[in-house]
Design a protein around this ligand. Structure first.
Ligand SMILES: *Cc1c(COP(=O)(O)O)cnc(C)c1O
Length: 365
């Protein structure tokens, strides 16, 4: 097992792998006429890691939380900062002070931003979000989007940078030539109305890279907001079945310590009722098996199906808030109390691990 100094659980982030992924994705976008924003919310915008995106060439970083944007500013990050969630009316003063631009879909909010930007003598960039069927944020009615664009164009302290969309979030809708083509058509209608071209047509997130890879990205899309493909890099191989040559899939690893190792029956004894979270799981009787308990749980990782053991023969069989239960019967090595086991993490687990106070985050070479 791995020897490691210090306290567990620890979430290790490899700086060289993140930087290498960031550089590859940035170059791939640039080659295709796209200026990507690097989305850092997945790892709670740890400034040391966000800085690697800037070193890799990214000019703008995106995050969905003002608290994280403020943290990046405090760390003196040399890049533009974009709030990629529709701003709350209560956070407008901070938004204008710390962020350069934001995604928007409500004219009342944009008016508040404009008023605040006047007070602070700033110019805040606005990207209008258009809902192309995924049914999360954005104008569903195209006429409304055009009308609002005209209004925004007339305001003094906001600048209409362009339009954007989000797919594959609520409605699970795949980015396509058709839906992104509609975004470009709408951009052209707006351009005609305001009499100038738009700087940004933002065609979505990591999932939209699939169109780039296939060479089917509508030509006018010139902006994407990319996080996953750089930081966990698992959607392409595991969900899209696409190989991304040269992209590291393991820039992050969870290391947790074994606190119990015992031989136990695999089927619970007594009347089966509900588990710690009120669910009724189904158990399979596989006889007596060797198991280990790790001191990490749902509180740290959210959903344990988003963890993947790095050791062959080790299987996650269950968890509660603070315990992760493993079947180690088929593991060829020996597992003892105090050993440290390693797990790859999918995006959802990374989000929890990075926001848990109980997990130490370490950036390694
Ligand atoms: C999270 C988010 C992104 C980035 O998504 P990835 O899948 O990590 O690339 C882009 N845009 C918006 C609006 C988001 O909320």
């Amino acid at each position: 097992m791995i020897e490691y100094e210090g306290q567990y659980p620890v979430y290790e982030i490899s700086a060289s792998k993140i930087k290498s992924n960031a550089r590859k994705i940035y170059e791939m976008c640039k080659t295709n006429g796209i200026e990507p924003a690097g989305v850092v919310k997945g790892f709670s915008a740890i400034p040391e890691v966000a800085e690697l995106f800037i070193q890799a060439g990214f000019k703008t970083l995106g995050d969905s939380r003002m608290k994280e944007i403020i943290r990046l500013r405090a760390a003196d990050i040399k890049g533009e900062l974009m709030l990629i969630r529709i701003p709350m009316p209560c956070e407008i003063p901070e938004l204008v002070k710390y962020a350069d631009s934001s995604l928007n879909s409500e004219i009342e909010t944009i008016r508040l931003i404009n008023k605040e930007a006047e007070l602070q003598q700033k110019l805040h960039g606005i990207i209008l979000m258009v809902d192309l069927g995924d049914l999360r944020e954005g104008f569903f009615c195209r006429e409304e989007a055009v009308e609002v664009a005209k209004v925004v164009e007339g305001l003094s302290n906001v600048k209409l940078l362009g339009i954007g969309t989000n797919l594959g979030c609520y409605g699970s809708i795949k980015p396509s030539e058709k839906n992104l083509g509609e975004l470009c058509e709408l951009a052209e209608v707006i351009e005609k109305e305001i009499g100038r071209s738009l700087e940004i047509i933002s065609g979505g997130a990591t999932s939209s890279l699939s169109l780039l890879i296939d060479g089917r990205m509508p030509e006018r899309v010139n902006h994407l907001r990319i996080g996953e493909a750089i930081i966990t890099a698992k959607d392409f191989p595991y969900i899209w079945g696409l190989e991304m040559p040269g992209i590291y899939r393991d820039p992050m690893v969870l290391k947790a310590q074994v606190v119990e190792v015992k031989e136990k029956p695999s089927y619970p004894i007594g009347e089966i009722f509900i588990d710690a979270f009120g669910n009724r799981p189904v158990y399979t009787d596989r006889g007596m098996r060797k198991r280990a308990i790790l001191a990490v749980g749902n509180k740290d990782v959210g959903d344990i199906s988003k963890l993947k053991p790095r050791h062959d023969g080790i299987e996650i069989i269950g968890s509660s808030s603070d315990h992760l239960i493993l079947d180690v019967e088929d593991y060829t090595g020996e597992v003892r109390v105090g050993d440290v086991l390693e797990f790859d993490t999918f995006y959802a687990a990374m989000v929890f691990l990075c926001s848990s106070d109980c997990v130490r985050k370490v950036v390694v070479e």
